[in-house]
Design a binder for this molecule. Structure first.
Ligand SMILES: Cc1cc2nc3c(=O)[nH]c(=O)nc-3n(C[C@H](O)[C@H](O)[C@H](O)COP(=O)(O)O)c2cc1C
Length: 340
C-alpha cells in the first residue's frame, strides 16, 4: 500500500516521499534581471530542510517579455544559471530533488510594453491587447523554450516542468477561446505545446522526466472541459510528457462563470480522470494541506504525488509535521528534534 511517505521513482527521478512543493512565483527579483537571489535560495532550501521530497521552482521565463512581472525569474541568459545551480546543490544536500517550471506568460505579461499571444485578444478590459505572433515568431518561441530548458539542465535540475496551465502562453495556444490563428498553429491547437515538449526533451537526458502542467478545465463561458483536456493531454503525452500536473482555470477572472469553490481537494477528480484515462502518473494540487487528506489521495491511488503550495508558504516544515501526525518514521533533522 502506497502512502504519502512511500518512495517514488519515475525514470531517473527518485523521491524519498510523495510530498511536492509546487511552483509559486515569488515576484522577488528586485534587480529585474531574472537572476535568483538570497530570497529564492532561502525559500527553496528551507522547504528541503522541511522534508519535502520534490520541489518545483516557480515559473521561470524564456524571455523578458514572457514574465508576468519584471520581478520573475528567467532563463533566457547564461548569466541566470549559476544562482539556480547554487539552489539545486543546496536542495540536494538536504535530501530533496528539485525541478523547475519553464514558462511564458503570453498575453498575461503585465509589464511587457506589448505582450505577445497566439491572437490579439486581451485577457480582460484592464489588460493590454497582445500582438499576435507571426508563424516565424512562434517557431522562434519554441527555440526560446529549448534554450531555457538547456540552461535548466546545465543548472543541474532533476526534472523539467513545462507550464501549460493558468492561461499562460501554451494554454493560450491550446484553448479555442484564445487561439484564433489560421496558420498551422491554429489549425492544430496542440502543435505549439507539442513542439515545446519535443524541443525540451531533445535537451534533456533520456532518463530525466518531463512534467506537463495543465489546466484541465476552463471556468469561462464556452471554455474547454475535462473531455477536451484529456484529448490535448493525449497529444502531449505522445509528444513526450512523462507526468501530468493537474491544475485548472487561469484563463479568465477568478469570479468567472462556473468556477467552483476552492474546497479541499477540489482538483483531485480532474487528476484522477487524467490518470485513469491516459494511464499516466499525475500530480494533484489544490487545498491538499490536511495531511490525512493528502495521504488518502495517495492511498486511494487518485494521484502519484501530492503538492502543497499555500500550506508550505505558511509552514516550511509541513512535511515534518505531516510525518509526525501520520506516525511515519521520524524524518525530523536531529537539530530540530527538540521541537517535535
Ligand atoms: C503565491 C503563489 C504563486 C504561484 N505561482 C505559480 C507559478 O509560478 N506557477 C504555477 O503553475 N502555479 C503557481 N501557483 C499555483 C500553485 O502552484 C498551486 O497550484 C495553487 O496554489 C493551489 O495549491 P495550494 O492549494 O496547495 O496552494 C501559485 C500560487 C501561489 C499561492
Amino acid at each position: 500500500m502506497q502512502n504519502l511517505f512511500s518512495t517514488y521513482k519515475i525514470k531517473n527521478l527518485e523521491l524519498k516521499n510523495r510530498v511536492v512543493m509546487p511552483p509559486m512565483c515569488q515576484y522577488s527579483v528586485e534587480k529585474k534581471d531574472g537572476i535568483a537571489n538570497d530570497w529564492h535560495y532561502l525559500h527553496y532550501v528551507s522547504r528541503a530542510v522541511g522534508g519535502a521530497g520534490f520541489i518545483i521552482v516557480e515559473m521561470t521565463d524564456v524571455e523578458p517579455d514572457g514574465r508576468i512581472t519584471d520581478y520573475d525569474l528567467g532563463l533566457w541568459s547564461d548569466e541566470q544559471v549559476p544562482a539556480l545551480a547554487k539552489i539545486v546543490e543546496a536542495v540536494h544536500s538536504h535530501g530533496a530533488k528539485i525541478g523547475i517550471q519553464i514558462a511564458h506568460a503570453g498575453r498575461k505579461a503585465e509589464d511587457a510594453a506589448e505582450p505577445v499571444a497566439p491572437s490579439a485578444i486581451p485577457f480582460d478590459e484592464n489588460s493590454k491587447t497582445p500582438r499576435a505572433l507571426t508563424t516565424e515568431e512562434v517557431k522562434g518561441m519554441v527555440e526560446k523554450f529549448r534554450l531555457a530548458v538547456r540552461r535548466a539542465v546545465q543548472a543541474g535540475f532533476d526534472a523539467i516542468e513545462i507550464h501549460g496551465a493558468h492561461g499562460y502562453l501554451i494554454h493560450q495556444f491550446h484553448s479555442p477561446l484564445t487561439n484564433k490563428r489560421d496558420d498551422e498553429y491554429g489549425q492544430d491547437l496542440t502543435k505549439f505545446g507539442r513542439e515545446v515538449i519535443e524541443a525540451a526533451k531533445a535537451e534533456m537526458p533520456a532518463d530525466m522526466p518531463l512534467i506537463m502542467r495543465i489546466s484541465a478545465k476552463e471556468y469561462v463561458e464556452g471554455g474547454y472541459d475535462i473531455e477536451e483536456s484529456i484529448e490535448f493531454s493525449k497529444a502531449y503525452k505522445d509528444a513526450g510528457a512523462d507526468v501530468f500536473d493537474i491544475s485548472s482555470g487561469g484563463e479568465g477572472q477568478i469570479a468567472a462563470w462556473g468556477r467552483p469553490g476552492t474546497h479541499a481537494a477540489y482538483q483531485v477528480p480532474l487528476a484522477r480522470q487524467i490518470k485513469e484515462t491516459l494511464q499516466v502518473p499525475v500530480m494533484a494540487v489544490g487545498r491538499l494541506d490536511d495531511p490525512i487528506l493528502a495521504n488518502a489521495v495517495i492511498g486511494n491511488e487518485e494521484a502519484d504525488l501530492v503538492q502543497v503550495g499555500r500550506g508550505m508558504l505558511r509552514n516550511p516544515y509541513w512535511t515534518l509535521e505531516a510525518a509526525k501526525l501520520l506516525r511515519k518514521e521520524n524524518i525530523v533533522p536531529k537539530q530540530y528534534e527538540a521541537g517535535f
